[in-house]
Design a protein around this ligand. Structure first.
Ligand SMILES: [Ca+2]
Length: 176
């Protein structure tokens, strides 16, 4: 008989949620027919506030440029020594496949330059569009990483004590 423990039960016994997931998976693999109805809904770990939330995922660098004064500069970008000094923040409505002059300075390969592009998205841009998100019926925002990092995606954070300075209103003052 399959029995899935609740996360609370697992933690109470000194286990980890990861172990709980492995146990459930192993149990399902032993069965000839998966029967998810045997796992009562009361055993999931979704917080109450999230059960009916409508999420909108935001990639901050590409959501909205609400403050051109905090736009990233060349020195903030990874592989700065391989990035032309002519780099400029991209116009928001440009054709994605149209390459800027500084990109041509890097050569003919679109993918050599596209990861160095910055569009200047920031938290002010998110604040500016909260009404838009609310009108869509969004009740929760899931942010891609916001911590300081040289990449555009910020998954390579270098400081988890500090938000990326180019997302805030004062890059010079906020530089870690
Ligand atoms: Ca900006």
């Amino acid at each position: 008989m399959k029995r899935a423990m609740s996360c609370r039960d697992t933690l109470r016994q000194g286990g980890k949620v990861g172990l709980f997931l492995v146990v459930v998976c192993a149990s399902a693999c032993d069965s000839s027919e998966p029967d998810i109805e045997e796992v009562p809904l009361t055993n999931h770990c979704t917080p109450d506030w999230a059960r009916d939330a409508v999420f909108y995922q935001i990639f901050p660098e590409r959501f909205r440029n609400g403050d051109p004064d905090n736009d990233p500069i060349r020195a903030s970008i990874d592989h700065v020594d391989q990035t032309p000094e002519t780099l400029q923040v991209m116009p928001w409505t440009d054709d994605w496949y149209a390459r800027a002059d500084w990109e041509h300075d890097m050569g003919d390969d679109f993918y050599e330059s596209v990861f160095r592009r910055r569009y200047g998205g920031d938290l002010q841009g998110v604040l500016d569009k909260l009404d838009y998100l609310q009108d869509l019926g969004i009740t929760a925002v899931y942010f891609n990483p916001l911590f300081h990092a040289r990449s555009l995606h910020k998954y390579d954070g270098t400081s988890f004590h500090h938000i990326d300075p180019y997302f805030g209103p004062d890059p010079a003052g906020d530089w870690p």
